[in-house]
Unconditional design. Structure first.
Ligand code: ATR
Length: 275
């Protein structure tokens, strides 16, 4: 094809389950957009198989990989170098082949920031309510704090987990933790970021509309069926909400840039995925 590199770059996402991952489609679209020929596969892997599968992939010419659930933490141990953001998040979602092994990155948080910017959600001086304190939150706190919110309030069902994370990132900005049932305190927040796995497990997430200002909006890190219950709560409570599909495409665009030096545009890919 005209304008394309002769040999496709070999990329893959590893995870379990990974068959329904949108990443192969997204990266193929990035390839078309940038004129870079891409061969991107989805490879099923148990955590204890990852080292062997990555080696085999590398021997077969693999030069870049994404790791998804449940491999992001274990992937850290397989890297010869890890960028600071990924080290602090204790998770890697992007690997790049280098002479001394795999170099690890975490583009999840920066992908969220790209999407918030695309949506015109400027967090500077705003109060942000983050609900959940699991692995997903560990990856987004530093990039969110770098957007200079007035404060982040981290609520979690198990408050100790929220406190641990808040302590870890306290040097980057104003962040406080509380039990979910206690809410964010006196001052209502401007943005709610839904980061729990309640949608995955089908359990009920109890939130209070009064924790948010009248003009507030919400962002769910989830998309598709897993987003439905939270979307319903937002609709019932007159709260505009965005799903996490844009974050997925954002983190992918940053991974693609790590591998190729080219940052693809997010919006056209998002439009096609939603069509
Ligand atoms: P992930 O990697 O997706 O963040 P995780 O590390 O298992 O997954 O974290 C799941 C998060 O969702 C946790 O913050 C969990 O709260 P606990 O720490 O108290 O377990 C939260 N969560 C899951 N279901 C929930 C529910 N029904 N209500 C409130 N929080 C819930």
């Amino acid at each position: 094809m005209r304008g394309r590199t002769a040999h496709p770059i070999k990329l893959a996402v590893f995870g379990q389950p990974v068959a329904h991952s949108l990443s192969p489609r997204i990266h193929r679209m990035f390839g078309e957009q940038t004129g870079i020929a891409v061969d991107y596969k989805a490879i099923e892997s148990e955590p204890d198989e990852l080292a062997a599968r990555l080696s085999a992939f590398r021997e077969d010419g693999g030069c870049g990989a994404n790791l998804t659930v449940p491999l992001k933490e274990i992937g850290l141990r397989l890297c010869s170098a890890i960028e600071p953001v990924a080290r602090r998040a204790r998770a890697v979602n992007t690997l790049k082949a280098a002479e001394d092994g795999w170099h690890g990155y975490n583009t999840d948080g920066a992908g969220l920031v790209l999407d918030l910017e695309r949506l015109g959600l400027d967090l500077a001086g705003k109060r942000v309510l983050v609900v959940g304190a699991g692995g997903a939150v560990a990856g987004i706190l530093e990039p969110l704090l770098d957007m200079n919110p007035e404060r982040i309030c981290l609520l979690n069902r198990t408050p100790e987990r929220a406190r641990r994370l808040a302590d870890k990132f306290a040097h980057r900005g104003h962040i406080e933790a509380a039990a979910l049932e206690d809410g964010p305190g006196e001052m209502p927040c401007d943005l709610l970021i839904q980061s729990t796995s309640a949608g995955h497990t089908g359990t009920t997430l109890t939130l209070d509309r009064q924790w948010l200002t009248d003009e507030a909006s919400a962002y769910d890190l989830n998309y598709g069926a897993v987003h439905a219950a939270f979307a319903g709560w937002c609709r019932d409570n007159d709260l505009p909400v965005h799903d996490g599909l844009g974050m997925l495409v954002g983190q992918a665009a940053l991974a693609f840039e790590t591998w190729t030096g080219r940052r693809p545009a997010i919006s056209p890919v998002l439009e096609k995925l939603r069509a």
